[in-house]
Design a protein around this ligand. Sequence first.
Ligand code: SAM
Length: 376
Amino acid sequence: MMQATVLFNNPAPIRKIETEGIKYAGSKLKLIQYINNIVYKLAPKSILDGFSGTTRVSQAFAQAGYQVISNDIAIWSYHFAQCYLKADRPRKYYQDIISHLNSMPEKQGWFSLNYGAAPENLNIRHKKPWQIHNTRKLDAIREEIDRLELDDIDKSVALTSLMLALDEVDNTLGHYSSYLKAWSPRSYKAMFLKVPALLAPDGRHNVSCGDIFDLIASDKVYDVAYFDPPYGSNNEKMPPSRVRYGAYYHVWTTVCKNDQPKLFGKANRRVDTSDKISSSIFEEFRKDASGKFLAVNAIERLIRETRANHIILSYSTGGRATSEQLHEAIRLNGRVKDVIEVDYKKNVMANMRRTNDWIRETEKTHKELIFVIEKT
Ligand SMILES: C[S@@+](CC[C@H](N)C(=O)[O-])C[C@H]1O[C@@H](n2cnc3c(N)ncnc32)[C@H](O)[C@@H]1O
């Protein structure tokens, strides 16, 4: 039996918060209200979003009035964060750039060669993520973004707009390690760039792109750090590359870098996302000499080395760490103040009566847990 007290049904957000983002495994879109309710009680001034992904959570924190430090190892996340947290020119200025990009005539290029197919040419051996009319637009627009020599923030706005538009017309289930064998209805549409929903920031926010351990090595102390690391998978049969963000979203790296990398495999992934190169310790599937998962060790180190009064940790019970291991990793370096389980299908948030109750919960069902940890 679930040992939990239902706190809120349909919890009211602090104020209406709307965010934008691509389809992303592990995106916290559905948890934003719950996370914001937790943060509100901690009343921070600054908050670190250490694994920002789509930046939806960073966008929500900024709208709730906190100073946000947004970080992720992925280059695409950096451009999203720059766009939403840094772009502060009038909307008309960005609209002119976006309208200009929309006006570019289609052009056959590298992206079309590798990621596009004509509607009649999709077959089981050559499944593609986009229809050719959209990759030809992509080829033209991406070349033009470089030719314009935009400054870093303007370029981030243009790339964000491009990625959001491509995401609207893709032929995938939401990731790019395989593609659909029959064209999705949305793939027939012509992609169209829009100005992203900019947040008119006031210059307070910071964006970084790198390994979280490099960021937290600085002397800075955060009021609150929100961590949503990759969970890996506790499914032993699942190949590790399938659960790695670099491998899932390789095309966004290439769209941002426009570096025409060497590709491999049926999905035409970048060679630097191959199984032999592990990009993140949190996605490691191996164990250390004492039998502990390297990914769990990384979480323990993360909690130990973060200078923050409170850490909010998102975790799914389907992740690599078992409840016992995760509990140990947290207990060594902090005190669990609260564990919140979110069932967003039923739109309820439950609070464990005792903070250890979650450990006894079945490991078989996948649940979203949010830990509120006080650093000791
Ligand atoms: C579960 S997702 C975060 C999702 C995000 N909260 C959202 O709502 O979109 C995990 C993220 O961790 C990032 N990541 C993986 N290893 C990292 C590391 N060592 N340092 C920083 N970010 C990392 C991945 O690129 C991925 O975006």
